[in-house]
Design a protein around this ligand. Sequence first.
Ligand code: PMP
Length: 408
Amino acid sequence: MTDLADLRSDFPILDQKMNGHPLIYLDSASTSQKPNAVIDAIDDFYRTTNANVHRGAYGLSNDATDRYEAARARVAAFVNADAGEVAFNRGTTSALNQVAYGWGLYNLKPGDRVLLTLMEHHANIVPWQLVSRHTGAELVYVPHTGDYTLDLDAFTELLDDRVKVVGVTAMSNVLGTINPVRQIADAAHQIGALVVVDAAQAVPHVAVDVRAMDADFLAFSAHKMLGPTGIGVLYGKAELLETMEPAEGGGEMISDVQLDSSTWAAVPHKFEAGTPPIAEAIGLAAAVEYLERIGMDAVRNHEVEITGYALDRLGAIDALTIYGPTDTSNRGGAVSFTLADIHPHDLATILDQRGIAVRAGHHCARPLARSLNAPATARASFYIYNVRSDVDALVDGLQEAREIFGVA
Ligand code: PMP
């Protein structure tokens, strides 16, 4: 295994006990833990540079602006975008709402279709539902196959000239499935549809290149990639951002304001209404720097190793069902499962008694949960600070659950 074990000491939160046991954090698909480098960068910003940005009447504000814009450049480069193609916002959810309300609202009409996948997180479903109430566009879903990958034949069949936008998650937060975004984008572009990529799970775990993917829009959240909460990223192709309307209005995003109309600031600022998440951007840039230092290939290799180990060990437990691909080459580190008929919340509670944090529920993907006939699952998800002994502890905890519930 790529030896990232030494990194654990970079994450102060992991050095504590929970319910009398060492904390074992297996919920990074929900939110990741933060290394000292990120915590310190935010702390340093507030101690030395804090001021509002883009109001440059004095030195401190200029310094804050420089650091904020340098963070943008760093984050953009991380996904092979230009700084002008990256707008900061509150997270994946707000980035996807920006696309639905800024592009969808103005470009969709009755008879049009938004083609999503059944694997989407609610963040890439509900905004389109809200906008379709105004536009009359219809939502259509690509199903998945029995091996938990997208049904590409169904996708091809559904992709007709009514489809104006395709929304796809690059990596499922429930199944772990990595979707063939480039292939989907090529097909969508052939019929003139745009591709909106939910990369909330992908950017933290695999090297993402917006150009190689040919994504038109792509969204991700800092808090899942070692950065702080409260900040996310919308990437858009420059020509789309130029023509797209802002979904939020207010200060900072205007060029001029008259009594009954306004003109917008240049891209990407027209998408950043109000005081932006400044310290959070500094923290996100520190997270990017930290990940780059490790190297995204090493991050991915580690994840493949530990996920493979987890799939082997969990797969050996009788009556345990894994929902997701078992081949690590096309999946990330989110492993959802059920154990006999034990409710996932009961599993999570028993594991919590051993200091092990897993998530239980529908994971904000109810249409997917319904399609799996599994209204709730337990989910263990891994990141750079997880080690094999975390998986061993999980397996021991599940064996105890079997005994408690008398699973034969
Ligand atoms: N999409 C996916 C695939 C996710 O896993 C999540 C977070 N669970 C989101 C979107 C929403 O991200 P956020 O809550 O940071 O807006």
